[in-house]
Ligand binder design. Sequence first.
Ligand code: ZN
Ligand code: ZN
Ligand code: FE
Length: 755
Amino acid sequence: MAIERRRHRIEGTVQGVGFRPFVYGLATDLALTGFVLNDSAGVLVEVEGAAGAVAEFGSRLATEVPPLAVVDHMEQAPLDPIGSAVFEIRISDAGGKVAAAITPDVATCSQCLAETRDPAARRYGYPFTNCTNCGPRFTITKGIPYDRPNTTMSSFAMCEQCRAEYEDPSDRRFHAQPIACPDCGPRLRLIDCEGTELAGDPIEAAATMIRDGHIVAIKGLGGYHLSCDAADESAVAELRARKGREAKPLAVMVPSFEWACRLGDTTPDETAALASRRRPIVLVRRRSGAQVAPSVAPGNRHLGIMLPYTPLHHLLLAAVGRPIVLTSGNLSDEPIAYRDDDARARLGRIVDAFLVHDRDIHLRCDDSVVRVFDGREYPLRRARGFAPEPVTIEPSFVRPVLAAGPELKHTFCLGAGRRAIVSHHIGDLESYEAMTAFVEAVEHYTRIFEITPEVVAHDLHPEYLSTKWAQDLGGVELVGVQHHHAHIASCLADNNRTDAVIGLALDGTGYGDDGAIWGCELLICDLAGYRRAAHLSYVPMPGGAAAIREPWRMAAVYLHAAFGPAAAGLELDFVARTEERWGPVLAMAERSINSPPTSSAGRLFDAVASLCGLGDRVSYEGQVAAQLEQVADPGVLDAYPCSVSAGRIDGAELVAAAAEDLERGAPVPQVAARFHNGLAGALVRTCEKIRSDEKESGPVALSGGTWQNLLLLERVTSGLERAGLEVLVHHRVPPNDGGISLGQAVIANARSAGR
Ligand code: ZN
Ligand code: ZN
Ligand code: FE
């Protein structure tokens, strides 16, 4: 029998993810000898034995990797047999630096879940059960290397049984840093708002409170959540009132798949997204008659649903027996509470009890949110389960880059080598808390990823706190990046492309290089630069930010642009409702007093939504714009006219057509659809014109917050494809401002490489 020896080198996210026990199991299965170890490059394996077994080892190594491993590169080479006697896991090469990547938090695996449900298992009913394939990672990591002393599990001493599992290479918990059991690990308590522990089993007692209509704070992986019975209208309305959240939809956690299907018309792709180990909130079409309180997602055809992702959530949901609202633990738009004392102080007036534990959260991390478009995940908020997994890009960063990000939906991005590490969602940088969270997170990321930025990219908006922060740094090269160029570059990097594209950047607000507020821009661009080829015609935004809070102002301005003084004669509910207030607003616009010109797609949507009666005031930007998608009838295919001349898209023409249609008594779902179709048609025609005028043969990239609107996305994508154009959309980072930092980073890299 021929004896062979072979060396395998594996690179990627292969440390701290159970790779060595996996190799150990495979090698011993095949009766091979040799060793496996972690080193600075990844994992190194040598196997020796019968030629057939060595070959089988190679092919299974390539196909059966552990669930959390991400293999970037694998190579192998023959060696001379040395007659090794056993297979062993060698202690990592002490001299070499071990590059264990910090991986995202992972939903409970099926084996751990089964243990918590098995009365004979020692982890029966234990809410902190985890293993190498699942459990907390990023949110408990304090420093590197990723070892128990550098996590918030450092204060728990392993019991003998846990220690034995931790040290046994054949065990699923071999080197599982957060390993714990009821004897040695974190403990759950239910306390009232004074901090007094309540009697009984904490999970059963919390479940009873929720079923009885109370609001309970739950300490999760990345922070505190607020929960209540999702079908109980008075509880949900009470939660909204106490939290100070007027209109934004609330997420629902369901006990099981069956429940997900009872609440939503889930497609197979949405089901896959729900079940993925990242366990995001997935926006799915709400099933008619679904037993969900109206206040959960008012005016919305979609519901944000997620499955339990920790044993605590599994146990609690099983005890409640029906869906619960699970929304971030904060007051209105503050960052989510994650420290125990802070949570008690901030949430004490909102909740009736706290379900808490003594494993500290080191880093706050919200739930992620995705939609599914065209069979693929389309992220809207990238946080738990995604961060800090790098977005790999081509070409590499020439020098280490930090991108400071935007103002709203803030993330930042660290770039080095081929890795673009987009931070978890930080929130809106409008409060001291959010700004502190940003600065602390930058410090944490640069430390655990050992990246010292030499180039810092920032938005051009001089008033963004992230811009000011970057400009105060000193000692680094600064690169200012236009907001919509950053959007398109982020879509390019998301798709690993570097070619010249036509970028369709549509959003609410971005600082244009002429000082205007941009937001519907057709850019001819690559990573290094851009030229504005076309845009939505400017209209004034009377009152500036007030026009964002009061969409009726935009409707009045657009009506006036379309009809002049005759607008007041239109027989519309909108006119009857608001006309008395037009005077000062239109005068302000006419005299250009506090009325910056804007080409924002978001404001055009606001105007049409307000005309349709969806709301004259909003509690957050884009509220009625999003509702316009929700009410639109996707079966309506005809479109309002919208002319484009000299690179100006005439939004007023769309508004005029909508107003006349409403005057004729057209139903709102038809008006909303015809508006979507009209705008989509104008965008597609403009792209075709740019292609023929400018001899642009590249793809069209779609980015910006407006592309969270999947109806518009579908109409534009199919129109462009019919015209023979290739379309790039987001898959790895959000199209909204949450993806801006990635674009800033690759633009800074392209500019700094071009020098
Ligand atoms: Zn597990
Ligand atoms: Zn233990
Ligand atoms: Fe934007």
